[in-house]
Write a protein that binds this ligand. Structure first.
Ligand SMILES: *Cc1c(COP(=O)(O)O)cnc(C)c1O
Length: 355
């Protein structure tokens, strides 16, 4: 029996999307492949609401996160972390020998825009990282307010991790002034893991050209230039992912972005109400994620046992992340998931626990 995933990546992938992964190969330097990358780029620009260059990477999202902080930090990076994935960006900076400071709020809270303002006002930083949707805690940052502050500092390269939100919620990249916006295939886009996508502004590209030791595989200068000039990839990309991505982007645009975002909000509101009724919501209520809900384990149940029982019925949810394991659990409602499917899993939880 197939176990349906309600975890925040990888997500369920529709059979017809999986089938596209089995398309016969084409040469990566062929015209057909450049055409494929061009089509993907144009559709991704719509999902991201951007005119920036679209870069693909045969890696998970972490690859392009590392690329961003390594290639675009000249002086010093200000890393605003609200959880484990924000912390990861700081580790990437340090392990690449970059100067960086981390500004961390407790789990469940959002980044205060005033803190970003105060840090950037020191003039010490030329790059800032923000986690849009922190998957470890279920917080969605107030990105418009944060972006408004960052606009006051035009020399700062603005990097955003939208790995678990792009394609599931409205993120107008150009309006927000995001220079480097990163996502992964296996979350709200509803594809298998193994490819990440970013929009990169000319400002981020110009900065990267001045930075030494950018490495080779994740050098954003070469990824950007190949994509911009020829719709090509410096090495051999996962062409299978590209076939599936091209097809899935057609599906996403056919659903309509507004409809897709509304579907995510509907699923989120249902799941939050359910969580409030039987447990409690973990994050600050003002900043709840539209793509996953983190539930506080107020009943002291064994989340591991619950998941084992759910597996017998063909469902899989997520335990809390890191230190939040067993203290919380997470239900993802992203990509092509429907409200009816979310209800199936919450009904199963109620039944198993006898609530
Ligand atoms: C999943 C996730 C990542 C890591 O992405 P990978 O594709 O696994 O490398 C980073 N940030 C957030 C917010 C995520 O949800």
């Amino acid at each position: 029996m197939h176990t349906k995933l309600f975890i925040p990546g990888p997500v369920e992938v529709l059979p017809e999307v999986l089938e596209k992964m089995a398309t016969p190969m084409i040469g990566h330097r062929s015209k057909a492949c450049a055409e494929l990358q061009k089509n993907i780029s144009e559709k991704v620009q719509k999902v991201f609401y951007t005119k920036n260059v679209i870069v693909l990477s045969t890696s998970s999202g972490s690859g392009l996160m590392e690329s961003a902080i390594r290639c675009c930090t000249g002086k010093r990076a200000a890393v605003f972390s609200i959880g484990s994935f924000g912390d990861r960006w700081y580790k990437m900076a340090k392990t690449n020998g970059k100067e960086a400071d981390i500004f961390r709020v407790p789990d469940g809270q959002a980044t205060p825009p005033a803190d970003v303002d105060a840090a950037l006002a020191t003039g010490k930083y030329d790059l800032v990282t923000i986690t849009h949707n922190e998957t470890s805690t279920g917080v969605m940052n107030p990105i418009a307010e944060i972006a408004a502050v960052i606009k006051k500092y035009p020399d700062v390269v603005f990097c955003v991790d939208t790995v678990s939100s792009m394609g599931g919620t409205y993120i107008p990249v150009d309006e927000l002034g995001i220079d480097f916006c990163i996502t992964s295939s296996q979350k709200c886009l509803g594809l298998p893991p193994g490819m990440s996508i970013a929009s990169v502004s000319e400002k981020a590209y110009e900065r990267a050209k001045t930075v030494e030791n950018r490495g080779l595989y994740f050098d954003i200068v070469s990824l950007y230039e190949k994509a911009q000039k020829k719709y090509q990839y410096p090495s051999t990309p996962s062409i299978s992912h590209m076939f599936a991505l091209d097809y899935q982007l057609d599906r996403i645009l056919a659903e309509g972005l507004e409809n897709r975002f509304a579907r995510h909000i509907e699923m989120a509101e249902y799941t939050r109400d359910w969580a409030r009724k039987y447990f409690a919501i973990f994050p600050d209520e003002r900043y709840l994620s539209n793509t996953l809900t983190t539930v506080t384990n107020t009943r002291g149940i064994s989340v591991a046992d619950l998941n084992a029982e759910l597996a017998k019925r063909g469902f899989n949810i997520s335990n809390g992340y890191g230190d939040l394991k067993e203290k919380t659990f997470r239900i993802a409602h992203m990509a092509d998931c429907t409200l009816a499917e979310v209800k199936e899993v919450t009904d199963a939880i109620v039944d198993i626990l006898g609530l």
